[in-house]
Design a protein around this ligand. Structure first.
Ligand SMILES: [Zn+2]
Length: 111
């Protein structure tokens, strides 16, 4: 099943572009540091188990103009293997903005 790398939505196989954001769909949700079809090199910024924290972090970054992709926990039914904790959602940002994103989190992500 194809996924939108931005929205994380899963679509039926005949769909090639995300109807929501126009991104080209990918066969799998992008792993760490893989260049996606839109030319953005996404890197994993942080993994969070708490959904509220995920939303907070996402909002913090997006309010600073940094695009954010949240990856769901491991999806076993598609056979995707991801090492690490299975309950965590991972927050990805473009590698060009990763430094900035870490700075924002260090400054405002506490509490
Ligand atoms: Zn989309």
């Amino acid at each position: 099943m194809p996924f939108c790398p931005k929205c994380r939505y899963e679509y039926t196989p005949e769909i090639v572009e995300c109807p929501d954001c126009g991104s080209k769909l990918v066969a799998e949700l992008p792993p760490e540091s893989e260049q996606s079809s839109d030319g953005v090199n996404w890197v994993k910024l942080v993994a969070l188990a708490n959904d509220a924290q995920v939303q907070l972090t996402k909002g913090l970054l997006e309010s600073s103009g940094i695009p954010v992709v949240v990856m769901p926990p491991i999806i076993t039914w598609t056979g995707i293997y991801r090492p690490g904790t299975e309950s965590d959602q991972s927050i990805y940002v473009p590698s060009s903005r990763a430094k900035e994103a870490r700075r924002i989190l260090a400054r405002g992500g506490k509490g």
